[in-house]
Design a protein around this ligand. Structure first.
Ligand code: C5P
Ligand code: MG
Length: 224
């Protein structure tokens, strides 16, 4: 995919492009919270899962069937595919620009939702694409997440919002995503937010944390 020369530099300039990863178990409310944060600070919200589903449904995609199988099984799609989709979406957003000072002079700010789900994705993205500034980590109980996902499944049309797939997603989350959160905690980049409260309460906490990033106080772990 990329030559060894390309690997030396990151694709995006960290002094211009701010990346915040948004993690949490399936059904923790990542997408909902991102949608609210977009309006607060002029983010571009990119959901890795949404990008994968769009690629799965894109006519002529060579990855469509592969993605479908991984998603149904709750497994993590090979990182090259997901990272390329994210990179393309970031480039498109930067080319188009968004209103607000956060997007002036080639700058941009991204909330990347549901990524990185696995250590290899975290390392490759930080080293080669753009080092993240913060990881928002939404936590709640498995019981609460299951309840939310089954409710969502009534209307989402998602092939993985059923009890069998959900159980698999919980297992993959514990085995593969929790180490990612531990990694960022060690780097003092993780902000843990209890997502059991109401959407608005969680939003206020998340907003306060994100505002700290833009005022330069990010180098510590936060629990809210
Ligand atoms: O985040 P979301 O729940 O939309 O993700 C749905 C599925 O997409 C995951 O269970 C996984 O199969 C796939 N995915 C992935 N890598 C990511 C994000 C999502 O493989 N970084
Ligand atoms: Mg989502």
């Amino acid at each position: 995919m990329s030559s060894s020369e390309e690997k030396k530099a990151q694709v995006f300039d960290k002094s211009k492009v701010t990346v915040i990863f948004v993690l949490g178990g399936p059904g923790a409310g990542k997408g909902t919270q991102c949608a609210n944060l977009v309006n607060d600070l002029g983010f571009c919200h990119l959901s890795a899962g949404d990008l994968l589903r769009a690629e799965q449904n894109r006519e002529g995609s060579e990855y469509g069937e592969m993605i479908r199988t991984y998603i149904k099984e709750g497994q993590i799609v090979p990182m090259e595919v997901t990272i390329k989709l994210l990179e393309n979406a970031m480039n498109a957003a930067l080319a188009e620009g968004l209103p607000g000072e956060g997007w002036a002079d080639g700058k941009g700010r991204f909330l990347i939702d549901g990524f990185p789900r696995k250590m290899d994705q975290a390392q490759k993205f930080d080293n080669e694409v753009c080092e993240c500034s913060l990881v928002l980590f939404f936590t709640t109980t498995e019981e609460e997440m299951l309840k939310r996902l089954l409710k969502r499944g009534e209307t989402s049309g998602r092939e993985d919002d059923n009890e069998e797939s959900i159980k698999k997603r919980f297992r993959v989350y514990k085995e593969q995503t929790m180490p990612v959160i531990e990694h960022y905690t060690k780097l003092h980049k993780a902000a843990t937010i209890d997502a059991t409260a109401t959407i608005e309460e969680v939003h206020q906490k998340a907003k306060a944390v994100v505002e700290e990033v833009f005022s330069g106080q990010v180098n510590r772990n936060i629990t809210a």
